[in-house]
Design a protein around this ligand. Structure first.
Ligand code: ADP
Ligand code: MG
Length: 392
């Protein structure tokens, strides 16, 4: 198990804490569509305030490619944070420099400053050391609570931490504990449900999970590549034809490792990829149609096996859950997870959004805020951003 330095390892009184958070929230114009990630950072922010620290928050938002893109400013996130903590939040229109340092000096005890989007500066993604030092100079210690970005060797993740006494925030601690349990001591039987858009995104995870799980359930668009690799007719389903061989190899690997693979046995299909397409259910995908969700027989078969599991991990929607007619499979599996007595973990951006949309988040043991980071953690058992936060 990874042992992390925590807030208790830092002296917070009179400290200025440079805190990396993940405020990479989905936007609609300049309003925030979903503030889950801001809320996820609140326990750490409150703990720092209660400890008497001044807080300098930094995050990236979207992909501005090293340039100042006004529509990707963190100002709306700072405004939302002010509402959530019910306190004044100062916003710096820059990330480093004299003006920012001045704003830091003016902070009262418990005061909060939010820096502008780190990725407006190309040096962030480059992991530039001058930029890392300039960020580090804003604080007396460093706290990383940006679980969703811990797989990146960027200036604000691995760089700044190298120049300051560092610790993990409460969210990072909780994520590492929950996901660490999956990696190192899951109670058996262990079932993993994988879905989503592309096999190519999930190859590494499938390989890693196949060393740990007893059951692997494969749904979503990805399932059709696996079915096709076994020679089944998949109609016009979205398959990755260059991944058929790889899919076949993975299935063979699972068999070698004694993992029972469960592929869909029926499908909700339509003749086109559209929200208003007419859905119908079949055991075999008719020619000219594409699979857009797992069918009810699949749900029944899978939930019966899931009920025997002591640990369940789920990543990737099992159908086009954004469209009502094709959301049934994802919803049923989410409900089975929610009512299961097993230890349940959900990872992945779209999967977490689906669980939230169904109102089931509170009924899971852990919903990871990280997409890529949680999958990489499952794959490697570690993340580059954790290195400076580890207890020696
Ligand atoms: P996560 O973010 O949870 O890791 P992914 O990003 O891998 O999940 O996949 C999510 C996307 O996969 C969703 O937008 C969903 O509509 C899509 N998807 C799932 N099943 C299908 C399918 N059968 N055909 C097309 N798209 C699908
Ligand atoms: Mg996704």
């Amino acid at each position: 198990m990874i042992k992390l330095k925590t807030l208790e390892d830092l002296r917070l009184e009179d400290a200025t804490v440079l805190c990396r958070v993940d405020f990479n929230v989905p936007l609609d114009g300049d309003s925030i569509r979903d503030d889950t990630r801001i809320r996820a950072a609140l326990p750490t922010i409150q703990a720092l305030r209660e400890g008497g620290a001044r807080i300098v928050l930094m995050s990236h938002l979207g992909r501005p490619k090293g340039q100042r893109v006004p529509s990707l400013s963190l100002l709306p996130a700072a405004a939302r944070l002010a509402e959530l903590v019910d306190a004044e939040v100062v916003f710096a229109h820059d990330t480093v420099g004299d003006g920012v340092a001045e704003l830091v000096r003016e902070l009262p005890e418990g005061g909060i400053l939010v820096l502008e989007n780190l990725r407006f500066d190309p040096r962030e993604k480059a992991g530039d050391d001058e930029f890392s030092k300039a960020l580090a100079s804003l604080g007396t210690c460093f706290v990383n609570d940006a679980f969703g970005a811990l797989h990146r060797a960027h200036a604000s993740i691995t760089g700044a931490a190298a120049h300051l006494p560092s610790a993990a925030g409460l969210l990072v601690q909780a994520e590492v504990e929950a996901l660490g349990k999956l990696v190192s001591r899951p109670e058996r039987p262990f079932g993993a449900i994988l879905g989503g858009a592309k096999v190519s995104d999930k190859m590494g995870v499938i390989d890693a999970l196949s060393k740990k799980v007893d059951h692997l359930f494969i749904g979503g668009a990805m399932a059709y590549t696996f079915l096709a690799s076994r020679g089944e007719d998949v109609g016009s389903s979205r398959i990755e034809s260059d991944k058929l061989e790889l899919a076949d190899e993975l299935l063979a690997l699972c068999e070698e490792r004694g993992v029972k693979v469960h592929l869909p046995v029926d499908h909700v299909v339509a003749d086109r990829f559209a929200e208003d397409a007419e859905p119908s259910t079949h055991d075999h995908i008719p020619e000219g149609t594409m699979g857009l969700d797992i069918g009810p027989k699949t749900v029944e078969a899978w939930t019966a096996v899931m009920a025997t599991c002591q640990t369940l991990f789920w990543n990737g929607p099992l159908g086009v859950f954004e469209w009502d007619a094709f959301s049934g499979g994802t919803r049923s599996i989410a409900e089975a997870m929610a009512s299961s007595q097993a230890w349940t973990v959900v990872g992945g951006g779209d999967s977490a959004a689906a669980v939230a949309a169904f109102g089931l988040s509170d009924r899971m043991d852990h919903v990871s805020t990280g997409g890529g980071a949680s999958l990489e953690f499952l794959e490697k058992g570690d993340l580059v951003g954790l290195a400076p936060l580890k207890r020696k």
